[in-house]
Design a protein around this ligand. Structure first.
Ligand code: ATP
Ligand code: HMH
Length: 268
């Protein structure tokens, strides 16, 4: 049998297909990793926002995780929305036993401003999940929340990436500048130095699911054995092309386009 790279996402759903588990699986598929998913919460949402949320019972979360580890190889994994402390505890305990690259997207609030995790669970996330991560991928509001500092300049972004690694104990931090003005620039601190990943800012309102797509692409490349800096470089290219060719679907912020990368511009 041909070698297959297996990537797992542990996250909430998006029935409109642009973010969450659905975006992650599309990304894994496009980048040729075998995609697996464990659902934390079912979220009724679309391009305009969140309409309702149902958290799965924690024993069901545990059973899904065990169904994976008792049977399937996992070469890299990511987490997105994990809404409550209790759910975070189960996921953290399971991940601690897995010896694989772990990309943590510290999802807190959607682009439309809807909260995805309980406010009290943020401290738990910081102390119990972040230290397990090989790489954390916060946007600016998430990094401000984790560090308790304002991030206003590019220098602040670089400093935040380093502080996250040094103070919170993850392996690397990718500070995303999607919420900034000007060029779309992200900074990775890998425990040693800062690496810069920059693209032009594409003029579009259709950026639903960019964060999920980006962290899923990093996970796919890590599952294939690429080192972290190369994985981020290729994932940045993937998300940029997916935004450039994003779909004008729905009444709000439309989804990224995964086919765009397949048809032309391609990976690696
Ligand atoms: N308009 C744009 N043009 C080019 N790149 C963009 C644009 N918007 C976001 N990106 C890029 O997409 C990636 C995801 O960044 P972003 O900061 O938007 O994540 P996020 O806020 O976590 O996403 P989400 O809203 O899905 O949670 C980053 O590399 C960012 O630079
Ligand atoms: C389930 C889910 N995870 C992450 C995001 C990104 O904000 C979203 N909109 N929905």
């Amino acid at each position: 049998m041909k070698n297959v790279s297996c990537a797992l996402t542990i996250a909430g759903t998006d029935p409109s297909g642009g973010a969450g588990i659905q975006a992650d699986l599309k990304t894994f598929q496009e980048l040729k990793s075998y995609g697996m998913s464990v659902i934390t919460s079912v979220v009724a949402q679309n391009t305009t926002g969140v309409k309702g949320v149902h958290h799965l019972p924690v024993d069901m979360l545990h059973e899904q995780l065990e169904a994976i580890s008792s049977d399937m190889p996992v070469h890299a994994l990511k987490t997105g929305m994990i809404a409550t402390e209790e759910m975070m505890g189960i996921v953290a305990e399971w991940i601690a036993k897995m010896n694989v690259s772990y990309v943590m997207d510290p999802v807190m609030v959607t682009q439309s401003g809807d909260p995805l995790i309980e406010k009290d669970a943020r401290l738990y996330l910081k102390h119990h999940l972040v230290p397990l991560a090989s790489v954390l991928t916060p946007n600016i509001p998430e990094a401000e929340d984790l560090l308790g500092d304002k991030i206003e300049t590019k220098e602040d972004m670089k400093q935040a990436a380093a502080s996250i690694v040094e103070k919170l104990g993850c392996g690397a931090a990718l500070m995303k500048g999607g919420h900034f003005q000007g060029e779309a620039v992200d900074y990775l601190f890998d425990g040693d130095r800062i690496h810069t990943f920059q693209s032009e800012r594409i003029k579009t309102k259709n950026t639903h699911g960019t964060g999920c797509t980006y962290s899923a692409a990093i996970t796919a490349y890590l599952s294939q054995g690429f080192p972290i800096v190369k994985a981020v470089e290729m994932a940045k290219y993937y998300v940029t092309e997916a935004v450039r060719h994003s779909f004008d679907l729905g009444h709000g912020s439309g989804p990224t386009n995964h086919f765009a990368v397949r048809e032309g511009v391609v990976n690696r």
